[in-house]
Ligand binder design. Sequence first.
Ligand code: NAP
Length: 305
Amino acid sequence: MYDIGIIGGGTAGMTAAIYGQRAGKQTVLFEGTTIGGQITSSPNVENYPGIASVSGSEFSMNLMDQAVKLGTQTIMEQVTGIREEADYKVIVTTEKEYECKSIILATGVTHRHLGVPGEERLTGAGVSYCATCDGMFFRGREVAVVGGGSTALQDAEFLSNYCSKVYLIHRRDEFRGEDQIVKRLQEKENVEFILNTTVQEIRGEQMVESLRVLNKVTGEESELAVSGIFVAVGQIAQNEKFADVVQLDEGGFIVAGEDCKTSEAGIYAAGDCRTKEVRQLTTAAADGAVAALAACKYIADFAEK
Ligand code: NAP
């Protein structure tokens, strides 16, 4: 039986693994897709204290390396649910079942879609949710980024280094993301802000050819010729498979406070997957530490009973 079962291999999950192992507990980390979480697609992380600048993939590779060297076991299987037994818990995957004394849910979030005609059909054919993964395919071409948060700003900056033109389409005239990046983008000749505007349709036969956009102030509709569209309009939680064990809020986030305790004893939620105000790399790492130490205390208290 494992001491701490961690579901999710992003920053929160890997930090929990590091803290768990360093506290002498055997941790096992489950990841269904790629280790690293969302930060791996961040071209440049510039707001993690003590590290002036690092690529998201390097950051997460270092974290993983640290966790594994400490003895964390990683299992690349999709978790389908969790179950409570009288004195332990069970993590169920598509392959097997694993017994653990405590569980940390660090499932992160997934990309929100625009939900407009053409989006699903042309995903992978010009519609992308990851600029660092797919940006190179659009070298020398005209593309659009949609969104006004840090991800959209970073994506636009990254793409401006490869693409002939980057349109940054945002539904308001103020950005949610960092001012510093907005200023850098304003100085780029090949970046154009298209504000107060929403994408109504993504058009193209085999590949993206253009976007139908609506200016919300003037009511004017127009067509914008682009070869690619990078959607960066935030994230959504996907924790339904745990809803029978822990309480979720109306948005699907796991209800847990700063102590990372869920509605169920011995099960903790860390990082973006839980109810919280600030979803940042630093707060994900902080949650990982808090949740792991809480799990260690739970195991010790349980053993004493
Ligand atoms: P976000 O901050 O939630 O921003 C989402 C953006 O998409 C907002 O500007 C929002 O517009 C817009 N939007 C939402 N739904 C839309 C729709 N249906 N149509 C058009 N636009 C829509 O998401 P994010 O940029 O992915 O960032 C998520 C979190 O990660 C944030 O806390 C962010 O600071 C953090 N992050 C950190 C780093 C880093 O380097 N440390 C990098 C990336 C992200 P409104 O503004 O009008 O609501």
